[in-house]
Design a protein around this ligand. Structure first.
Ligand code: SF4
Length: 359
């Protein structure tokens, strides 16, 4: 079977080429074609000799993700539905923030963590994405922006799936996305969000340099285990100990995400417990008022409850922001576009959403 070029790090590409007698600098040339020029075929790599291109085509292939739907929200958020070679579909979401564009990428088809407030969690798990499928979400989304002269500035691994449940592919993708002669994402512009897989958090700290976000959402084990089954394996004490051990650079902090669910975790007592849990850590807190969804049994808190919650954290000196809901009118939370695309007979290959459809 041919190797997908976007599955290979620079070293792996050099080894593939060395096996057919090609020089190492050819790997650098190919990296530039893949990630700087973003070509879709080996034939387009015009500074490789014809013989070299033919040899490469015998060894390797360069399939691209198919963008089968785009939805735009009134606030400029755009959601892409990408179809994979096996017919499965994944989402990437492009979020405009001030002058910057952030792309939220998926790491799995579905997810096995089953968080109760998450549409993807309800859809179950199908498979891990390959490195190439993670990297190509960025490449294809940037290609979509190229004619507009726009550049993706930040990446967040917060789409469908738990990134640390697919650690090897994610670590390799991060390495590729950081190449200076490629897409050039620095480590501080890549954030990985986890529901709290404690052993993998330690491995991530050893194997990749990224900013870490932890999806916390509760302040007691009973409450968190109800919302997030992962808490039964790795309760709060273990999770926070793993956060304390995580290798942070000077002046960086772990982001804790806290989805506010009305009547569930948005009380004054919850806010006070959150202060006690996070005050000893180098932490910043993102409060996210829940985006209501017909498939989910939770409600968004009233604005006054959100403000009261935030003020308790601020009064204790914590850094906290309330994240505005982006793309609420296109349901830009993970898994929601895919959930609305109708599977065609024989697999998830059909779409009831047209490319470029406005919300
Ligand atoms: S919130 Fe994240 S970890 Fe939890 S089910 Fe959804 S995709 Fe999986």
């Amino acid at each position: 079977m041919k190797t997908n070029l976007k599955n290979l790090t620079r070293e792996e590409l050099a080894a593939l080429l060395a096996a057919v007698g090609k020089e190492r600098y050819r790997a650098d040339q190919i990296i530039r074609w893949l990630y700087r020029h973003r070509v879709d075929s080996v034939a387009a790599m015009s500074n490789l000799s014809r013989v070299c291109r033919e040899q490469l085509q015998q060894l390797a292939c360069l399939p691209a993700l198919a963008r089968v739907a785009v939805e735009r929200a009134a606030d400029g958020t755009e959601k892409f539905l990408y179809r994979l070679a096996d017919g499965s579909c994944i989402e990437s979401v492009l979020i405009p923030e001030k002058e910057r564009l952030t792309l939220c990428v998926s790491t799995q088809v579905g997810c096995r963590q089953g968080c109760r407030f998450c549409v993807t969690g309800r859809q179950g798990f199908r498979r891990n994405l390959e490195t190439a499928e993670i990297v190509d979400q960025v490449v294809q989304s940037q290609k979509y922006l190229d004619p507009q002269g726009k550049v993706i500035r930040n990446l967040v691994f917060m789409g469908m799936g738990e990134p640390l449940d697919n650690l090897a592919a994610v670590v390799k993708a991060v390495e590729i996305l950081r190449y200076d002669d490629g897409l050039q994402f620095s480590s501080r512009r890549i954030t990985l969000s986890t529901c709290g897989l404690v052993p993998e958090m330690a491995l991530l700290g050893e194997q990749a340099e990224v900013s870490l976000a932890v999806s916390l959402n509760a302040t007691t084990d009973r409450q968190r285990s109800e919302l997030m089954p992962v808490n039964r394996r790795y309760p709060l004490e273990q999770l926070l100990a793993a956060c304390r051990r995580y290798p942070l650079k000077r002046r960086s902090r772990i982001t804790f995400e806290y989805i506010l669910l009305h009547g569930v975790n948005d009380s004054i007592a919850d806010a006070r417990r959150l202060v006690r849990l996070l005050a000893p850590l180098r932490a910043k807190i993102n409060l996210i008022p829940f985006n209501e969804h017909p498939q989910l049994p939770f409600r968004r808190p009233p604005a006054a409850a959100v403000t009261a919650f935030q003020e308790i954290l601020l009064a204790k000196g914590l850094t906290v922001i309330v994240r505005k809901s982006k793309g609420a009118d296109i349901q830009a939370a993970c898994g929601q576009l895919r959930g609305r695309v109708q599977p065609a007979a024989g697999g998830e290959t059909g779409s009831s959403v047209s490319p470029g459809t406005d919300a």
